[in-house]
Ligand binder design. Structure first.
Ligand code: HEM
Length: 516
């Protein structure tokens, strides 16, 4: 394989004639246009007007893995946005022409445009000979020195963000946002299905033919008869008639239908994006992973429903919690992958970047745990005991013989309503403390989205705790019934919103930070 230097030497000057004829005759470097196998630098000096002080261009927006290690090295002077814009247009024009020669260049690979503001350092010339276009001799560029020269600004200018965006990555990102939105909706419909006691109304699992609800009176009667066979009907709703059955059936049917819709909305565009080569390589395994989680979720859903059909009158709470956790994972994974694609704004962090990142990831982990425990609270109806706050039965920490009443002791963590509710409260306080600490940290040490994200996260956590307390406390008349259902649903929805915000914040701090 030719060495990078050799490839650089072989560069055909005609490829760059457009650059020469560009109005500003901008100098640029195509830097590290690499895939995993090899990388090379191409440097081409073209006379640039002295005012062209554009320092770096943001290519982390591409979503390609090879671009990501350039993250944070990309900024431009705001007043020169217009030049940046023109440079990018030029670069985009040149890339397809470079492609046949260097098949590893993909549009959106890493670029840096370097404007020689001071003529003392013309850029990118091989010291072994005069440049083929200008005939001038120059020393080779010193990449480290160049980087040090670059100016730091918290965010790339909007013009750059707009024009450097890889259109395909943007389309993939938007699609994932839509999937995440549908998963969010799915969680709400799932919650309503549970709260209206509808979840066991369809006692079969027919992935394909189940799309159609009963259509004739006779089919409704048959479905109702099947429901009458399970313990829930006999013990909870012995007086139910067909009209009541249709109501609970509708919720469960809508929940399952939405599940199928999400499957199609995910799988069909995935195949299309893949087949047409529009997927960034780094995103492929992640998307396949999400697809697998989705398939697993369908199975877990039925595993959960099956637990409520024979000996119990409701589904097993741990299966409900796993079902909810898996939904949360899918939702969060969609947002994480989407956030890494398309236009991305970097945040400047002055210090403690590692700590900010670690805390954001810890918050995310605890939010997952809290959602799981929340599922247990809901499945056990643990919100119907100890309806006071902040004390539980007059104390902050219930006595050990209440918390660890069941044998063996660990079963209390899933079967004892008091213990489960207690842990749900404690984890909420922990998340509150972490989110507050993160906010203060980001306030002092970060700028841009990292700081705003910490504020938004804290606001969501606060709102969620308030809703949780309201859901717990307002179960007595006159609040029993519908208002409680609305509160519980709002608590579930904001719980997912907390997860979404925590995911975006963690991803941002992991991937989109520049330190100075
Ligand atoms: C960051 C904080 C919190 C998060 C992320 C969270 C999340 C959740 C989730 C996901 C559920 C399951 C909802 C469902 O399946 O219907 C849930 C249920 C519940 N949570 Fe929280 N929660 C938080 C704080 C709290 C607090 C502080 C309380 C009360 C002191 C609370 C009380 C409840 C109750 C009573 C339920 C059961 C509601 C039902 O029966 O539908 N939560 N929580």
């Amino acid at each position: 394989m030719a060495s990078p230097r050799a490839r650089q030497d072989r560069l055909d000057a005609s490829l760059f004639e457009d650059a020469l004829h560009a109005p500003d005759r901008i100098a640029f470097v195509v830097e590290q246009a690499a895939d995993r196998d090899h990388e090379f630098n191409v440097a081409l000096p073209v006379e640039a007007p002295p005012a062209c002080a554009l320092k770096r261009i943001d290519l982390l927006e591409t979503g390609f893995p090879e671009a990501q290690h350039m993250r944070g090295k990309v900024e431009a002077r705001r007043d020169l946005a217009d030049r940046a814009h023109r440079f990018i247009a030029l670069a985009r024009h040149l890339i397809p022409r470079l492609k046949p020669r260097y098949s590893n260049i993909r549009s959106g690979a890493v670029f840096s445009q370097i404007g020689p503001t001071r003529q003392r350092r013309p850029l990118g010339v091989d010291k072994r000979g005069p440049h083929p276009l200008t005939g001038r001799r120059h020393p080779p560029p010193n990449p480290r020195r160049l980087m040090e020269d670059w100016l730091h600004f918290p965010q790339p200018v909007p013009a750059i963000r707009h024009h450097a965006t890889e259109a395909n990555a943007r389309a993939v990102r938007n699609w994932l946002w839509i999937v995440a939105g549908l998963v969010f909706l799915m969680v709400i419909v799932g919650g309503a299905t549970r709260l209206t006691e509808s979840g066991l109304s369809i006692v079969q699992w027919k992935p394909v033919t189940g799309v159609l609800p009963p259509l004739s009176q006779q089919e409704w009667q048959e479905a109702f008869e099947a429901y009458k066979q399970i313990p829930q009907y006999r013990e909870l709703f012995p007086d139910m008639d067909v009209a009541g059955f249709k109501y609970i059936y509708a919720w469960e049917w809508a929940h399952r239908l939405l599940g199928r819709v999400i499957g199609v909305v995910f799988a069909v565009p995935l195949i299309w994006f893949w087949a047409t080569g529009r997927l960034p390589r780094s995103a492929k395994p992640k998307l396949v992973g999400i697809l697998a989680l989705g398939a697993l979720q369908g199975g877990v859903g039925w595993w959960m429903v099956a637990s409520g059909l024979v000996n119990r009158i409701e589904v097993a709470q741990e299966r409900l919690a796993i079902h909810l956790l898996l939904a949360a994972l899918i939702f969060s994974a969609c947002l994480w992958v989407a956030g890494g694609l398309g236009p991305r704004a970097v945040s400047l962090v002055h210090g403690g970047a590692g700590r900010l990142k670690a805390v954001a990831l810890t918050i995310l982990a605890f939010v997952f745990l809290q959602i799981f425990v929340g599922g247990l609270v809901a499945g056990l109806r643990a919100g119907l005991v100890n309806n006071t706050w902040p004390l539980m039965d007059g104390v902050f920490i219930p006595p050990a013989d209440v918390l660890w009443r069941l044998e063996p002791f660990w079963t209390n963590l899933v079967d004892n309503p008091v213990t489960v509710q207690f842990f749900h409260r404690m984890i909420a306080y922990l998340i509150f403390a972490l989110a507050l600490g993160h906010l203060l940290d980001a306030w002092m040490n970060a700028e841009g989205r990292a700081r705003r994200g910490a504020m938004i996260l804290f606001g969501h956590v606060l709102m969620q705790i308030a809703l949780g307390v309201a859901t717990l406390v307002l179960v007595e008349p006159p609040f029993a019934g519908d208002p409680h259902l609305a509160l519980a649903l709002a608590h579930q929805a904001i719980g997912m919103a907390v997860l979404g915000v925590a995911t975006l914040q963690a991803r941002r701090l992991v991937q989109d930070v520049i330190t100075n």
